[in-house]
Design a protein. Structure first.
Length: 209
């Protein structure tokens, strides 16, 4: 399976390194293709880098690893996304990281779905810091990834990807529920950066355990 990763920042690069280490073929896309090429070269034979449209054309699953405010530009550059699975990892946070720019009556994931109605948008990874992406950072623990989406087959594909990365997938219902997952992501940011808990924490749900 080839996974496209749009973005080469901390999250994008972290996903690329992790997935390549698990045997996936990675297509990295960036609005500045040279950045994607440089990251792919660093990762090795399992990764290719280039522009956004070329990366998306090689994959069925797309990790949208850009800030929410940059999502529309990235998706516009991607070309035809019909029937693609787009994984939105974003939190629509303010410039000072202390609040959300949208919420309660909608979510970043729902707004992204409106931008690309022919795709299957799935919310995931928005409660995970980049520091938790390397497998060695999670040794001895199973970090949960909350997954929300309207298409069950798309959620299953993302769940399989989450499992392959050695996280624990948690089915969180429909895409509507991204309205609640995104405040969880913001709360994790507040705990981690403003209350001094650090970036090794992540929300966890245990069903009666």
């Amino acid at each position: 399976m080839t996974v496209a990763i749009l973005g080469s920042g901390k999250m994008g690069a972290g996903f690329a390194r992790l997935l390549a280490s698990k045997g996936f073929d990675i297509a990295i896309g960036h609005k500045n293709p040279e950045k994607a090429v440089a990251l792919a070269k660093e990762i090795g034979a399992k990764a290719k880098g280039g522009n956004v449209k070329d990366a998306v054309g090689q994959a069925d699953i797309i990790l949208l690893a850009v800030r929410y405010q940059d999502a529309a530009e990235a998706l516009m550059a991607a070309g035809d996304l019909t029937n693609k699975v787009v994984v939105d990892i974003s939190n629509p946070i303010t410039a000072d990281y202390k609040g959300l720019t949208i919420g309660h009556s909608t979510s970043a994931a729902e707004e992204i779905q409106k931008l690309v109605p022919g795709t299957k948008v799935v919310k995931a990874f928005n409660t995970i810091f980049a520091e938790l992406l390397p497998t060695e950072s999670r040794k001895g623990r199973k970090v949960q990834v909350f997954i929300a989406g309207d298409d069950e087959a798309a959620k299953a594909k993302v769940s399989d990807l989450v499992t392959a990365m050695e996280f624990e997938p948690v089915d969180s219902g429909t895409l509507y529920n991204a309205r609640f997952l995104e405040p969880m992501g913001e709360m994790n940011i507040l705990l981690g950066f403003f209350l001094g808990w650090g970036t090794s924490g992540a929300p966890e749900y245990r069903n009666g355990e």
